[in-house]
Design a protein around this ligand. Structure first.
Ligand code: MF3
Ligand code: CO
Ligand code: CO
Length: 251
């Protein structure tokens, strides 16, 4: 958690904007029939053509340029031969490295017409992220963010993932602090002005423990809900300013 200089903040803004624009670009292709490996190719090409690198590719051995997490996949879904079908939800998590700085953002998309239950869960994940972001200001704590997220998610009858969450980000992909999706007000590390973090709650229909799966030749694991019910997630990279926050991953 090292404060960024004004020049570094400009670079973070550019990296964040590119990650957000990559999501905007890929959104146009999300429909029944597309294969997750095609989403990977679209993200890969778009990132390179904008002078950046896809951060996931080779990260701790991760084999692809983006994470595509479908339905019961909580995160770190590996693009492959899975074909999207009407009614699926898919989280696309894009991280690019531009001029040495990381921009990390994800959204959950609907494939065609999805169930009311899927819509409600996804709406909860989006608003949970926004509730967390609203807590970001200098010297607030990671516990303040987690408390706000978990309070909102619980009120809506869903369950946050506790073991995985947000992180410091800047010149590295995953920096301290860990930004949990649960917590107690005032607990945890204090947010420092001019540092960036991500806020990225994963919201499950079930409160069962998740199942963990190895990715061949990688230290990264992917996770499925315990009973294969749905999980949804949104993520922004956020700058702690002198008064509050600035979302870096807006197009
Ligand atoms: N983008 C993920 C995050 O939000 C990390 C993905 S790491 C990978 O932190 F190796 F799976 F790509
Ligand atoms: Co992240
Ligand atoms: Co991410």
């Amino acid at each position: 958690m090292t404060p960024l200089t004004p020049d570094e903040i400009k670079k973070m803004r550019a990296a964040g904007r590119l990650a957000a624009r990559t999501l905007e670009h890929v959104e146009k292709y999300i429909r029944a029939g597309i294969v997750t490996d095609e989403i990977n190719a679209i993200v890969h090409e778009y990132t390179l053509s904008n002078g950046a690198k896809p951060a996931p590719l080779g990260y701790h051995g991760f084999p692809k340029s983006v994470c595509t997490s479908v339905n019961s996949c909580i995160c770190h879904g590996v693009p492959g031969d899975e074909k999207l079908k009407d009614g699926d939800i898919i989280n696309v998590d894009v991280t690019c490295i531009l001029d040495g700085f990381y921009g990390d953002t994800s959204k959950t998309y609907f494939v065609g017409e999805v169930s009311d239950a899927a819509k409600d869960l996804t709406d909860c994940a989006l608003n949970a992220m926004l509730k967390g972001i609203e807590e970001v200001k200098p010297f607030a704590t990671t516990g303040d963010i987690g408390f706000a997220i978990n309070k909102y998610v619980t009120k809506r009858g869903y369950h946050v993932v506790r073991e995985i969450g947000g992180h410091g980000i800047g010149k590295t992909f995953h920096d301290d602090p860990f930004v949990p999706s649960y917590g107690k007000k005032g607990r945890g590390p204090k947010l420092q002005p001019w540092c960036c973090i991500t806020v990225e709650p994963m919201v499950n229909q079930t409160d069962l423990p998740f199942d963990e799966f190895d990715i061949p030749s990688s230290d990264i694991k992917y996770y499925l809900t315990g009973d294969r019910t749905l999980s949804a997630q949104f993520e922004h990279t956020v700058l702690v300013t002198d008064r509050g926050y600035e979302i870096m991953t807006l197009p």
